[in-house]
Each structure stands twice: as C-alpha cells, then as structure tokens.
Design a protein around this ligand. Structure first.
Ligand code: BJW
Ligand code: ZN
Length: 251
C-alpha cells in the first residue's frame, strides 16, 4: 500500500517573511490542477495529449486548418474539467487570500478551479474554457447550436472558438496590465505548478525579482526559474500549499 508523502517542512525564515508580507502575488500553472486530474501541457503522456501535440492545436493556424478538430479537442477538455473538482492546493490558495493586506492570484489555467475553490478574484491570463467567442468579430456567445462543429456566430456567421489565448495571440490587455502592476509591487511572489516557459506570463516573476520581491517556487521538478528562486519547495502543490497554510496558522 502506498502512503501519502508527508509535506517537507516549510523553512522558518520563509514563514517569517510571509508573516510580515503586505503584498503577495501568486502565479499558477497547469501543475496546480494536476492533482485534480487535469493533464498538464508539457508532461502529459496519455490519451489525446499523446496523440496530438497541445502546443500545435493551440494556435490560430491550427484552427484555420482544422477548425473541427480544434473545436472537438477543446470540447473534450471542457467536459474533462467539468468533471473534476478543486484540490487541496486550490483550497489552500483560496484560504491564503484573506491573510494578507493585498493578495493577487493570477493563473495561466483555463479550468476555473480556483474560482470553484472560493478564490475571490482570479486574473485569468490565458482566458477560460467556460467561455466561447467569435473568432471573426470577438462577440461572446452565450448559447449556440452544438450540432455544428464549430458552431457559427449569430452576428456575423464567423466560427465560434474557445475564449482562450493561443500562441501568437495577445493576452487580455486589462488582465495583463493588472498582473504586471501587482507583480511590480510584490513583497513575495509565489510561482506554483508552472514550467515558466510561456511568455509573457513567465516574465511576471522577472518583474517581481526586479523590485526585490522574495521569489518562491512550488513544483516537483526544476524549471528555468528554479535557480532564481529564494525558496524552491520541491513537491506537489496539493501537499505543500496546505502545509504552508497550517504552518502559518501554527506560527
Ligand atoms: C506540478 C505538479 C503538482 C506537475 N504540483 N506542480 C518571449 C520569449 C520567447 C517566446 C515568446 C516571448 N514572448 C512571446 C513569445 C511567444 C509565445 C511563447 O511564450 N512561446 C514560448 C513557449 C517559447 N507566447 C505567446 O505566443 C503568447 N502571446 C504573445 O506573446 O503574444 C504577443 C502578441 C501581442 C499583441 C498581439 C499579438 C500577439 C500567448 C501564449 C498563450 C499560451 N497558451 C496556452 C494554451 C491556452 C489554452 C489552452 O488551455 O489550450 O496556455 S499554451 C499552454 O502553456 C497554456 C498554459 O497556460 C501555458 C503554460 O503552461 P504551464 O501552465 O506552465 O504548464 P506546463 O505543462 O508547461 O507545466 C506544468 C508544470 O507543473 C511543470 O513544471 C510540472 O513539473 C509541474 N507540476 N505536477 C505542482 N502536483
Ligand atoms: Zn462574429
């Protein structure tokens, strides 16, 4: 029988830094949802993820070439995330929100699991699987005829697409601006469950470093950010984040 791994101890000087922090900024990536059963991008080996390269399906060029394949792939992913629940890591982040005078949670994820866990405000840098918009005129679509794949926009007849950010597309400008502003004022910046290779999201930790923020990474594997981190807590976020909250409670 396998036993759950105990969380590594949280360094006491990190706990002290968090106790006096005024502005805490958190960036999450696919790894934070891995323990909910959502496959990550760059280390997924099963199912459709093995058959299709998600990096190649997530481009406007792929949608132009094979709109039905891209629509179906996203419909499959939407169903997948509708069937999963937030994990202990999402819940711990929702709890952390009220512990600091200023707390900003930004995510590259499109699965809405932070919101479901109760996080009061989430900056969604890469959009959301739960929304659909027109690829031609950008109009959001509340309802659509799901017989047609992709369905068509009621206003202009263009193809509907998921409201997510594909490679080569700009991030929502207002969200990116708020994320950059928060990062430029951070005392502590936590980077959790992201490979830190996709820009401009990966540049936000660099913004925080430039203003002298304490950089904390939570990830079982090293990333390009690990050598820059003041603390690299190696392990799953579903274990380390609840341990962090418990340690703060006990301190
Ligand atoms: C665990 C764990 C556990 C596992 N616990 N951890 C500068 C330099 C170089 C390139 C560029 C640059 N600026 C722009 C670019 C180009 C490009 C880019 O970054 N390319 C690089 C890959 C080279 N960027 C863009 O194209 C962006 N757009 C842009 O810059 O536009 C400019 C522009 C401006 C104005 C007008 C027009 C254009 C857009 C990027 C969009 C990214 N989109 C995707 C798809 C979203 C929709 C969808 O879901 O399909 O976003 S790609 C994919 O990667 C997805 C993710 O959000 C993103 C990041 O991935 P993430 O979250 O880090 O996941 P993984 O799988 O990589 O890592 C998981 C991690 O979790 C691992 O480290 C594991 O170890 C860890 N883990 N279990 C904790 N239990
Ligand atoms: Zn339209």
């Amino acid at each position: 029988m396998t036993r759950p791994r105990p969380a590594p101890p949280i360094p006491s000087d990190l706990v002290e830094a968090l106790q006096s922090a005024e502005r805490v900024v958190v960036m999450t990536g696919a790894g934070v949802s891995a323990e909910s059963g959502v496959p990550t991008f760059r280390d997924a080996l099963t199912g459709l993820w093995a058959k299709y390269d998600p990096r190649e399906l997530g481009t406007p060029e792929a949608f132009a070439r094979q709109p039905q394949l891209v629509w179906d792939w996203f419909a499959w992913r939407r169903e997948l995330v509708e069937g999963v629940k937030p994990n202990a890591g999402h819940r711990a982040l929702a709890e952390l929100a009220s512990r600091f005078p200023s707390f900003t949670l930004m995510t590259q994820n499109v699965d809405s699991l932070h919101q479901q866990a109760g996080s009061p405000e989430v900056l969604e840098l890469h959009g959301s699987l739960s929304r659909v918009r027109c690829h031609a005129c950008n109009r959001p679509a509340e309802t659509f005829d799901s017989e047609e794949r992709p369905p068509r926009c009621e206003a202009c007849g263009g193809l509907l697409r998921p409201d997510v950010v594909w490679f080569g597309e700009g991030l929502p400008a207002d969200v990116l601006e708020r994320a950059t502003q928060a990062s430029s004022e951070a005392d502590v910046f936590l980077s959790i469950g992201t490979s830190s290779v996709v820009y401009p999201a990966a540049a936000l930790s660099e913004v925080a470093i430039r203003v002298g923020a304490l950089l904390v990474e939570i990830n079982p594997d090293p990333t390009p950010m690990t050598p820059l981190a003041d603390y690299a807590l190696a392990g799953p976020s579903g274990i380390i984040l609840p341990a962090l909250v418990a340690t703060l409670d006990a301190a």
